[in-house]
Ligand binder design. Structure first.
Ligand code: GLN
Length: 281
């Protein structure tokens, strides 16, 4: 089958759901992944044909069912690095890149410090920090064995040394008596009532364990992590969170009530309250 013909099938099937441009980009990602053909190669030679369209047609049906392209391909990019992903981990978000950038910018490049990422998922935060802060010793915790399998694979893929810990932060008081200079976390923060605003690609495919909290207890993880941080941060250690855009003021209050100082709330590129940091006093 000619790739050109295949591309028309993609547009006929998917344009109504995703729009023409996004379908184009899905198609080029898939032909690159399956047939090692680039967009430029296809433009230069529209007669390129493939023998076995079965796999790519299966991907088409996944896309029709709103499966994210990152899960179909099994890989994505975060902070310029490759990350394997599957439906046991959230697909890394651009907002989280901003959090990582903030930590890197505010930390001396050669600092010999200990960093802990809580709820690491794919490992995107821990691994991009390890890559960019080469003298830091990075630890990453998650409750999900399946997520940790992905994160370990990603540490190897990016040639960094991260120590992974399987534990439930809601029940963890300390990690081998270690003290951390930085604790960072992007825990579940979407309230059940916000589900109505979410698209089916997220809602029907990404792990709910990593996304949702109850409407009546939205800061469950933030409270647990803040208590953990009081006991496990070094003096003047820094706590960084990604947060729910609607809960910025509640987060300021939480850190303030727990005697954190230099509290800074920051918006993401979409102008939503998205990050907060505080220093342990
Ligand atoms: N930002 C993610 C989303 O909107 C949620 C991440 C999280 O719950 N920690 O899907």
């Amino acid at each position: 089958m000619k790739l050109k013909h295949l591309k028309n099938i993609f547009h006929d099937d998917l344009d109504a759901i995703y729009g023409e441009d996004e379908v184009d980009s899905f198609f080029y990602m898939l032909i690159h992944d399956y047939f090692d053909v680039t967009k430029i190669q296809l433009a230069m030679d529209p007669t390129i044909a493939i023998d076995d369209p079965e796999k790519i047609l299966e991907s088409l049906s996944f896309l029709r069912d709103h499966v994210p392209i990152q899960y179909i391909i099994g890989e994505t990019e975060f902070y310029g690095l490759p990350f394997k992903v599957n439906n046991h981990v959230l697909i890394p978000r651009p907002e989280t890149e901003e959090l990582v950038e903030r930590v890197i910018k505010q930390t001396a490049n050669n600092a010999t410090i200990k960093i802990l990422d809580i709820g690491t998922g794919s490992g995107c935060i821990a691994i991009s920090l390890a890559k960019n802060l080469p003298n830091a010793k990075v630890y990453a915790l998650d409750v999900s064995k399946k997520a940790l399998e992905v994160a370990k694979q990603n540490a190897k893929l990016n040639a960094v040394d991260v120590e992974f810990v399987e534990a439930d932060i809601l029940k963890t008081k300390s990690i081998r008596d270690l003290k951390f200079d930085i604790i960072v976390s992007n825990p579940p923060y979407v309230r059940e009532k916000e589900k109505v605003f979410m698209k089916p690609n997220v809602l029907e495919n990404e792990p709910h364990l990593a996304l949702f909290v109850k409407d009546n207890n939205p800061l469950l993880f933030y409270e647990a992590i803040t208590s953990f941080a009081i006991l496990n941060l070094t003096e003047n250690g820094v706590l960084y969170f990604e947060i729910n855009e609607y809960l910025g003021n509640d987060m300021i209050e939480l850190l303030h009530d727990n005697n954190f100082k230099n509290i800074e709330l920051k918006q993401d590129i979409f102008k939503k309250d998205r990050m907060i940091k505080g220093i342990k006093s």
